[in-house]
Structures are given as C-alpha cells and as structure tokens.
Design a protein around this ligand. Structure first.
Ligand SMILES: Nc1ncnc2c1ncn2[C@@H]1O[C@H](COP(=O)(O)OP(=O)(O)O)[C@@H](O)[C@H]1O
Ligand SMILES: [Mg+2]
Length: 245
C-alpha cells in the first residue's frame, strides 16, 4: 500500500516540484513504484520534468468526467523505470470537490509504494484538495524568511487536517547563512516549528528536464541530498552531513 505524501510550499518558486521529482527519481531508481500526481495546474511542471508532456492526452479530471479509464491517465516516465505520472486538468477550480482525489488514490494505492502529490502554490481550496489524500505532508521552503513564513501557514493547514508535516530546506547556501544574509537551519526550524526531513544545497546547474533531453544525473551534491531524503522516507535513519549539524 502506497505511502501518500503531499509536497506543499505556500509560496511558489521554492523548488517544490524539483525536489519532489528528485526524491521520486531516487525512490524509483531504488526499485520502488512511484506515482506523481500533479495538482499544480498553472505551473504544469511534472510532465515537463519527467518528459511525458508531449504524450499526454488524459488527466485525473477526465477520470471523474468518465472520459477515460484510470489506467489511461497514468503515464510512465520516459527516462526512469518504475516512475509514473498522473497529470492535472487544465482548470478544475469549479468542477471538483476537495475529496475526489482522495477517493481515486485510495483505489489505486495498492499498485504503488509511494504516491507524491505536487500541491499548488497558495493556501486556498486547492491546497486542501491536494492534502486530503495524504498520509503525511512535506513542506519545501527555500532559505528566505518570506518563504519560511508562508510555508509555515501551509504547514498549519496540513496539521489542522491531521497530516503530520516535516521540513525540507531547499537551495541552501552555507556562505549566505555564515554572512548573516539568510536564516540558519536552526532559525528555519524555529520559524516554521517543524522537524527537519532534509536539506538540499543550492546547485547552480540543477536541471533535469527530460522534455528537453536533459537526463537526471546522480552523484551531485543536490541529488545526493535527494537520495538521503528518499532513504529517510523508506524508514532508514540517515544522518545529516557534518557541515549542516
Ligand atoms: N536546490 C536548488 N538549487 C538551485 N536551483 C534550484 C534548486 N531547486 C530548484 N531550483 C530551481 O528553482 C526554480 C523553481 O523550481 P520549481 O521546482 O519549479 O519550484 P516550485 O515548484 O516550488 O514553483 C527552477 O528553475 C529550479 O531549477
Ligand atoms: Mg512547481
């Protein structure tokens, strides 16, 4: 039975989709069956990053409108085995209740080890829709104070729905923290009041965009961080590298 995790951020641009796909890639490369569910219609990122974009015909809205069967809307990644994507409809604001995804994902959870839901930016009803099916939530922030503050509000919504939430600090820049320009890990945890799942360093060339033929390349500092987080999500205890302790 899949563990269903919703990745939230509150504020757009914190790297939520990049981090979600990176961790999913590592889980899939380790042999887990992973389904990515897009609820971030505007940004429409997951299909691009995973390279499925061109071939998409159906999305989860079509399943509910009876335009297709469930299996028709689940697309395998073109670049990574065991990784699948369920795209979002172009616009679902007025059409669906907040519990529809929960009903659908409960039906198919037995076919996967992990289901990752990419929440939309913002704190409204679509965030609730994306959180409803989850067993737990992961808040992805970058290390600026605004991202931390808005992220905290998203996490409060998740916690109010009974979803325990952990924190990933993304695009972390040690020199900026040392110069006092950005919050430290401790300060980020104090502001958000959430326990840490992982830290992903800033990496200027972090770009794996299968649609543009740029493959996921392992053994960089950022992808090593994705791999550590993937192991933690599988229940392993993996220490933070010493520079962050
Ligand atoms: N750790 C990182 N280091 C450097 N750039 C990053 C990192 N994570 C994400 N980015 C970049 O930040 C931008 C926004 O990322 P994205 O995943 O689309 O954010 P979100 O889904 O939160 O809107 C992208 O250009 C992405 O390549
Ligand atoms: Mg995104």
């Amino acid at each position: 039975m899949a563990k269903i995790v919703t990745f939230i951020s509150g504020k757009g641009g914190s790297g939520k989709s990049t981090v979600l796909v990176g961790i999913a890639n590592e889980l899939a490369l380790a042999g887990n069956r992973v389904l990515l569910v897009d609820t971030d219609t505007g940004a429409n990122c997951l299909d691009t990053i995973t390279g499925v974009g061109e071939g998409i015909i159906y999305n989860w809205g079509d399943i509910f409108n009876d335009t297709c069967e469930i299996a028709d809307a689940i697309y395998p990644s073109l670049s990574i085995e065991n990784l699948f994507i369920l795209p979002a409809p172009k616009d679902y604001k007025k059409t669906f209740s907040t519990t529809i995804l929960k009903d659908l994902l409960r039906l198919i959870a037995a076919n996967f080890d992990f289901i990752f839901i990419d929440a939309p930016a913002g704190l409204g009803q679509n965030l609730t829709l994306s959180l409803e099916p989850a067993n737990e939530a992961v808040l992805v922030v970058n290390d600026d104070t605004f991202s931390l503050k808005v992220g905290k509000k998203a996490a409060e919504i998740a916690e109010s729905m009974g979803k325990s939430t952990t924190l990933i600090i993304n695009a972390f820049r040690t020199f900026a923290v040392k110069n006092g320009m950005l919050p430290s890990v401790d300060e980020a945890m104090d502001i958000t009041e959430i326990g840490l799942l992982g830290i992903v360093p800033f990496e200027a060339n972090l770009n794996f965009n299968a649609s543009q033929g740029i493959p996921y390349t392992r053994n960089t500092r950022a992808t090593d961080a994705f791999a550590r987080i993937a192991r933690r999500l599988q229940g392993e205890k993996v220490d933070l590298p010493s520079q962050w302790q």
